[in-house]
Design a protein around this ligand. Structure first.
Ligand code: DOR
Length: 427
């Protein structure tokens, strides 16, 4: 099976490519860049996609998603999560271990991979837990999970509160070269907080989570990464102080990378003024000052990756008082459009944005994706960056309709998602 994508603007940061051209996909891989397509187009059985005016890039890699399976299939399954990913232009997902059971041993990892192979239309790369049951006390079966295919470890959803346990985890993973992904939150400081601590939480009478709750653990984990030499990746950075700590650590040569979510660079805590539980997320949506520093961090390279932290929940769970609703935003199907706003506002160039959605996350979790080099697996996205869309959460492929962006008018629409040479989504 051959597919020719012609007349597209091809952007591949892994090769520093930004050109108008034609890509030929053959037997599941990128086989050639053609200058003249006339002859190829006439070949029998070839699928031709005229992508004039659109962008062709490596399929996006979302290094932070919750696929909920096993255990919470009413929120999402690997199948529906992958369908949502394909609709959002993501061809690879890195899934968090806070399932039931927790992915803290090889049998759970193997189950996820088997399900992904049989039911998933995009690539799935599991992350294992740091501690057994993500309970924070004793290390999980990290070596076995690595052998089974885990590309990192984290207790995401929860921090590893015990610094000694975190130190040992970092020492342990050095042998495997995979990152420790930190959900940076001091649970004692965040307490029973449900939103950002500040003027708005006071006004609403809701318990707040201070910026320091995140920054204390970012500082601790940077210190431990310096001590151990491990690769530390900070998940969902939400505060100005975290960006400054990571910037300084990078300057000092510490092995630290980090990600930000579209909701954290788009929304302020004003989003919860009407008690919208769809904007309840952990870490919480912060303030304009935090967004400013996050955008600076995106610009100067402190922030390596944009990841959605796709956290689907059921409608019933979110339709309760703000205090009781679970944290999380369904993010896979709005990730690209929200990110394209950064280009529109002059914060990132389109190639810089695509790098943070493709090459950078692939490198951090060491998967062989995020590139359109000749010979690479043909994971490709085609999108129209200008197309005006209206977010309709009820049309999400994801079971999680929990989006605070419902009704927003944004630019950017995925027209094709290709995984291993196969078109898995088109519109
Ligand atoms: O908002 C969040 N939802 N933050 C997390 O850390 C966990 C996630 C979830 O699993 O729902």
């Amino acid at each position: 099976m051959k597919t020719l994508i012609k007349s597209a603007r091809i952007i591949d940061p892994s090769q520093d490519i930004d050109l108008i051209g034609n890509i030929l996909i053959e037997n599941g891989t990128v086989s050639a860049y053609l200058s003249d397509t006339a002859k190829t187009e006439k070949e029998r059985g070839i699928k031709v996609i005229d992508a004039k005016g659109r962008i062709v890039a490596p399929g996006f890699v979302d290094m932070h998603v919750h696929l909920r399976e096993p255990g919470f299939e009413y929120k999402e399954t690997i199948k529906t999560g992958c369908e949502a990913a394909a609709a959002g232009g993501f061809t690879s997902l890195v899934c968090m271990p806070n399932t039931n059971p927790v992915n803290d041993n090889a049998s759970v990892t193997e189950y996820i991979l088997l399900k992904a192979r049989t039911e998933g239309i995009v690539n799935v790369f599991p992350v294992g837990a740091v501690t057994k049951g993500s309970m924070g006390s004793s290390l999980a079966e990290i070596g076995e999970m690595f052998e089974a295919g885990c590309v990192g470890i984290t207790d995401d959803g929860l921090p590893v509160m015990n610094s000694k346990v975190m130190r040992h985890a970092m020492e342990y993973v050095r042998a495997f070269g995979i990152p420790v992904i930190s959900h940076a939150e001091d649970r004692n400081l965040s307490g029973n907080g449900v939103m950002n601590e500040g003027f708005i939480s006071n006004r609403l009478g809701l318990r707040g989570i201070p910026n320091a709750s995140e920054e204390v653990i970012v500082a601790r984990d940077i210190t431990l990464a310096e001590l151990t030499g491990a690769h530390l990746h900070i998940a969902h950075v939400s505060t100005a102080g975290s960006v400054r700590l990571i910037r300084e650590a990078k300057i000092r040569g510490i092995r630290v990378t980090c990600e930000v979510t579209p909701h954290h660079f788009t929304l302020t805590d004003q989003a919860v003024l009407n008690y919208d539980t769809n904007a309840k997320v952990n870490p919480p949506i912060r303030t304009g000052k935090d967004i400013e520093e996050i955008r600076e961090g995106l610009k100067d390279g402190t922030i390596d990756v944009i990841a959605t932290d796709h956290a689907p929940h059921s409608e019933d769970e979110k339709k309760v008082e703000f205090d009781l609703a679970p944290f999380g935003i369904s993010g896979l199907e709005t990730g690209l459009s929200l990110s394209l706003s950064l280009v529109k506002e002059g914060i990132l160039s389109l190639p810089e944005l695509i790098r943070k959605l493709t090459f950078n996350p692939s490198r951090i979790v060491r998967i062989n994706r995020g590139t359109l080099k000749v010979g690479a697996v043909a994971d490709v996205v085609i999108f129209d960056p200008e197309k005006l869309i209206t977010v309709d959460r009820m049309k999400f492929r994801s079971k999680g309709k929990n989006s605070p962006f419902h009704g927003w008018k944004l630019n950017g629409e995925v027209t094709h998602t290709i995984v291993g040479g196969k078109i898995v989504y088109s519109r």
